[in-house]
Design a protein around this ligand. Structure first.
Ligand code: URA
Length: 250
């Protein structure tokens, strides 16, 4: 079981069986780290076992390309939760595989489910404007969601759906290796930071997760900004804070 899943399962009131080697990763010292399976060592970017397709020597670019391909195929064929029954298609992620900035939203909506691409509806148009404001076209960043299938009737993703899906996102993060990650809204923040704290209290801080060395900034979801335009100034402050965090001039 991936260490990352434990928190979600605990939130669901489930105390899963944890193999001893995995349990030790939460308190490993550098000397202990080498005892662990490669996939559990901290500070290393290790390809997922099922993403390693070629045994012959290959360039880093070839390896990354094949890992993206395998991951995308796994998402397309995913039936790990009930959302596969109602989706039109999966919504994988879009943008530059080597982007410095990665933006993570919640879940596909109706427009995204139809098009197979994240943030293409009204919230997406606002996100595009936010990107422009910090000097990016959409194809210069990487955009993904916590879950890859649309929850019916635009309900929030359920914890068990997030548990099943979030490993795909961790693998995307490990492949992109962004310089900074922006979490859009409460579902993204709660799911990745594993704390039930409102966005308003997570803003203005630099967060970290095990899956990446990138600083993580939390801001409001564009859909929320459409409903509460008076918060757009705060979101702009967050983007400026993100730029400052990585020393980017605006
Ligand atoms: N909202 C999200 O969180 N993600 C999308 O892809 C679209 C809307």
């Amino acid at each position: 079981m991936a260490v990352d899943k434990l928190w979600y399962l605990q939130q669901m009131g489930i105390e899963p069986y944890v193999p001893r080697a995995v349990a030790r990763t939460t308190q490993q010292t550098p000397s202990q780290a080498s005892d662990l399976p490669a996939t559990h060592r901290q500070g290393t970017v290790v390809p997922e076992p099922d993403a390693v397709v070629a045994q012959q020597p290959a360039s880093d670019d070839d390896n990354a390309a094949s890992q993206w391909q395998v991951l995308q195929q796994q998402v397309v064929g995913c039936r790990k939760c009930v959302l596969h029954e109602s989706r039109t298609q999966t919504v994988f992620g879009i943008g530059d595989h080597q982007a410095q900035w990665m933006f993570i939203g919640e879940a596909p909506g109706m427009d995204e489910d139809r098009k197979g691409e994240p943030f293409v509806g009204r919230a997406g148009q606002l996100l595009n404007k936010m990107l422009k404001a910090i000097g990016f076209n959409r194809n210069e960043v990487y955009i993904a969601n916590i879950i890859k299938c649309r929850p019916p009737d635009n309900r929030n993703p359920r914890l068990e759906e997030i548990v099943q899906c979030v490993d795909y996102l961790y693998r995307q993060i490990r492949l992109v290796q962004p310089q900074i990650i922006i979490l859009l809204g409460g579902v993204a923040a709660t799911s990745l930071l594993k704390q039930q704290t409102p966005v308003s209290r997570l803003r203005g801080l630099v967060h970290h997760i095990e899956a990446s060395e990138a600083p993580i900034i939390v801001t409001y979801h564009p859909a929320y900004l459409l409903r509460s335009p008076d918060q757009k100034a705060a979101a702009w402050e967050d983007l400026k804070f993100a730029c400052k965090t990585i020393g980017r001039d605006l």
